[in-house]
Write a protein that binds this ligand. Structure first.
Ligand code: NAD
Ligand code: UD1
Length: 315
């Protein structure tokens, strides 16, 4: 893809999604700066490009760090966040400092430094439990957690920075992203990463609720493609796009698929539903398809296998 991005900043670039994005940008010949506090990210995620990126360990809430990273950037990909819904329920204040104020600081630094475009990682969580499926971008959001409110607030600020300061801003509502490098080590980690590490240890997973809740799981490589399209397409600025697959999988069925891959037969523990958890999540990606030409390429079975191989190799 001819990216026409000479220099980019990836906040949260040592994280799961951010590091895959960094790989793709470096591969395209773009100069890349990563700003990451390493709160949930790892420098090991950047191992293959470490000598080709400018890595700054710092916080998006630190204007000096932002001023160091922004000069000369055409595009900022803003991935840094407190990503766990549960964690934002438990600590709404700290998460708001990062997800709300930190995002405004990123947008404002981009404005000050004359950055052309900012692509923000938003979330399907903004839809909440609104009954209509699939979720389309024109639906009225119904956030059910501090996390979802924070992401929605980010979108409003992005639109505002577009109107007030002519900063090109694009918001991507990722559905549930999975793939290699997703860190399984916390109870708040993404469900696929947790289930895979459980299966590899032949341990029972904990399913919160009855396991009939569904998610639209999208492979990380497809999310990277959506970011690159959002950063380069002339019609993207000022818009919000869903990034998913338009297919959903129940959490019970997910465990069965992973147990089959691992060749284990262990029982399942059922626990209470999580506060702020949504029941069903399914994307319409018509807008991203029509405007950006986005098309997810990795089918769920294939993505699950590739991800499982990565965990099995213990990387
Ligand atoms: P991740 O935890 O792997 O990545 C987040 C990165 O941000 C980490 O490297 C972390 O160290 C860094 N970070 C956190 N706070 C920071 C701060 N104050 N300053 C600088 N860096 C900070 O998670 P991820 O899954 O890669 O998520 C990336 C983005 O995508 C997040 O904005 C998240 O909300 C969003 N998102 C993720 C999913 C998903 O399913 N994984 C779905 C929807 C949206
Ligand atoms: C995830 C992302 C969030 C993103 C959202 C988009 C993470 C950590 N969170 O939230 O950033 O905005 O998708 O839709 O990546 N579950 C279990 N057992 C477990 C873990 C989870 O049953 O051990 C269940 C949860 O209760 C939930 C489902 O699996 O119903 C998915 O959970 P999780 O992977 O944490 O994702 P979301 O909460 O959907």
């Amino acid at each position: 893809m001819g990216l026409q991005i000479n220099k980019a900043l990836v906040t949260g670039g040592a994280g799961f999604i951010g590091s895959h994005l960094v790989d793709a940008l470096v591969q395209s010949g773009c100069a890349v700066t990563v700003l990451d506090s390493l709160t949930t990210g790892h420098v090991e995620n950047l191992a293959s490009v470490r000598d080709r990126v400018d890595f700054v360990q710092g916080d998006i809430r630190d204007d000096d760090a932002l001023d160091r990273c922004m000069p000369g950037c055409d595009v900022v990909f803003h991935q840094a966040a407190v990503v766990s819904v549960t964690q934002t329920v438990q600590d709404p204040v700290t998460s708001a400092r990062v997800n709300d104020l930190g995002t405004i600081q990123v947008l404002d630094a981009a404005r000050r430094h004359g950055v052309r475009r900012v692509v923000l990682a938003s979330s399907s969580a903004v839809y909440g439990d609104a009954p209509q499926l699939p979720k389309t971008e024109s639906m009225i959001p119904a956030p059910m957690s501090p996390y979802a409110v924070q992401k929605l607030t980010n979108e409003y600020y992005a639109a505002l920075y577009g109107r007030l300061y002519e900063l090109e801003a694009v918001c991507l509502r990722y559905f549930n992203v999975y793939g290699p490098r997703q860190d399984p080590s916390s109870p708040y980690s993404g469900v696929i990463s947790i289930f895979m590490s459980r299966a590899l240890q032949a341990q029972a997973p904990v399913i919160h609720g009855d396991g009939n809740q569904t998610r639209d799981f999208v492979f990380v490589g497809d999310v990277v493609q959506a970011n690159l399209l959002a950063a380069t397409h002339a019609d993207a600025p000022g818009r919000i796009f869903n990034v998913g697959t338009s297919q959903s999988v129940a959490i019970n069925a997910l465990w069965q698929s992973i147990a089959a891959l691992a060749g284990v037969a262990v029982g399942v523990q059922y626990g209470n539903s999580r506060m702020g958890d949504i029941l069903h999540s399914l994307s319409s990606i018509q807008r991203a398809r029509e405007i950006l030409g986005f098309q997810p390429e990795v089918r769920f079975e294939e993505g699950l296998r590739r991800t499982f191989d990565w965990y099995r190799q213990g990387r």
